[in-house]
Design a protein. Sequence first.
Length: 254
Amino acid sequence: MQWVIGVVLFLVLVFVLVTSALKVVAQYERGVILRLGRFVGIREPGLRVIIPFIDRMWKVDTRIVTMDVPAQEVITRDNVTIKVDAVVYLRVINADDAVLKVADYVRATSLISQTTLRSVLGQSELDEILSRRDELNAKLQHIVDEQTDPWGVKVNTVEIKDVQLPEGMQRAMAAQAEAERDRRAKVVHADGEYQASEKLAQAAAVLSQQPAALQLRYLGVLKEIATERTSMVIFPIPIDLFSAFLAKPSEPKK
């Protein structure tokens, strides 16, 4: 009976040793090995063997990680308080640095992104934040990437997602936009009136030189009036038609 228990214990010990020694590293992972607390190398994807109870493996994900930056209150250079959030895309390029040089690279990158977001946007005016977002994104990515590079972390992109304005500022900007639209509409209308007046002046000059053209225009207007279904039509008659009747008779010669 005792030898059966011994065999069972031996088998259990062998199973524990085998499972502790065999590690599977996925294609998107890298295994960082510490032997008695000292870094000894990185294991590539596949089935890997380590020394049980002596070696310790940390698996580091090398895929791109999407990290949301919580909304931050920012006071812009022109003293406007806004709330801005962002998203950061990062990936580990040096697994040993990500394990040995920082305790939690995702949390550390998040904190760095928050402070950088407040600092960069605090040096910009509101109009720049709203209209030059691509330039600000590139600047944020460059600064955050420089600070995370010693940790073996590459920041690929930083994107400002949303800019929340105070209600008073939103109403002021809406009123400004409406006033700008009205101004443009008035400019377009005035320009149209100016062009129309030029064409009318040209037409008047032509009609003044060609009286027959004026009569043809008059007949055209009469034709247009005739097509209207009205109960009464007033025909404007040029005074020139009555010039022969209005002329004073010449006095008889003595």
